[in-house]
Design a protein around this ligand. Sequence first.
Ligand code: GDP
Length: 228
Amino acid sequence: MAGFHAAASLQRPGPEGGPACEAMPMAVPNPLARAQYLLAAHNFRQLPPDGGFEVAFAGRSNAGKSSALNALCQQNALARVSKTPGRTQQLVFFDIPPTTDRFLVDLPGYGYAKVPQDLQAHWQAFLDGYFGSRQALRGLVVVMDIRHPLKDYDRQMLGYAVQRGLPAHALLTKADKLSRGAQGNALLAVRRELSSAFGDTVSVQTFSGESKLGVEEARAVVARWLEL
Ligand code: GDP
C-alpha cells in the first residue's frame, strides 16, 4: 500500500475536476502515427494534387524500407500494402489525417535500370518527371542496409534529390546486426562518401526497425520536412 500512496502523491488533479494525470515525462506525440494508405499511382494522372508537402522513401528491395516506414509510423502493417502484387511498380501514397495535403510516398525498390525493357521508358519518364517537377516533394529518405550501403540504386535516388536541390536523409538500417563499434565505422564511412559525392545536402544516421534505434531522430527529420 505504501507504494500505492507514493505513486498517488505524484498525481496532480486534472483540469476542471477531471481525472488526475500522472506527473510522468510526456511522450513526444508522433504525428506520423496517423498515416494511412491513400492511393497507388502508376502515372502522373493518378498522383494526388500537387499542392502540399510530401516525403519520398526509397530503398532497394529487402533493405528494410517497409520496416522503417512502419517504425516511423508506429504501425505494424502500414507498408505491407506497397508489397501487394501490382503495387511494386507504383508510387504508394499515405496521407496523414486530419491533414489532406501531407503525404509519405513509398517508391518502388528498384531503379528504372532494373525494370524489364518495356517498363523502362515508362519508369524513367515517370521517376524523372516526379523528382524533377513535383512541387510538393520536400525531401527524400533513402533506406540502406548498413552492411551494403550506397549501391547504384541508392546513388541514383540520391542524385535525383540533389539535382533538384532537395535535402536527403539516409537511414543505415538493420544496425542491430552490427556491434556499436562497427555501426560507428559504417556511419563515418558513408558520411564521408556522401559528402564527397553529394556535398552537405545529404544527412545520414544509424537506424533499426527491429530495436527502434534512431527512430525518433528519423521521425523528427520527416516531420520537419512535412511541417507537421
Ligand atoms: P523492404 O523490402 O525494403 O521493404 O524490406 P522489409 O522491411 O520487408 O525487410 C526485409 C527483411 O529485413 C525482413 O525480413 C525484415 O524483418 C528484416 N529487417 C528489416 N529491418 C530490420 C532491422 O532493422 N533489423 C533486422 N535485424 N532486420 C530487419
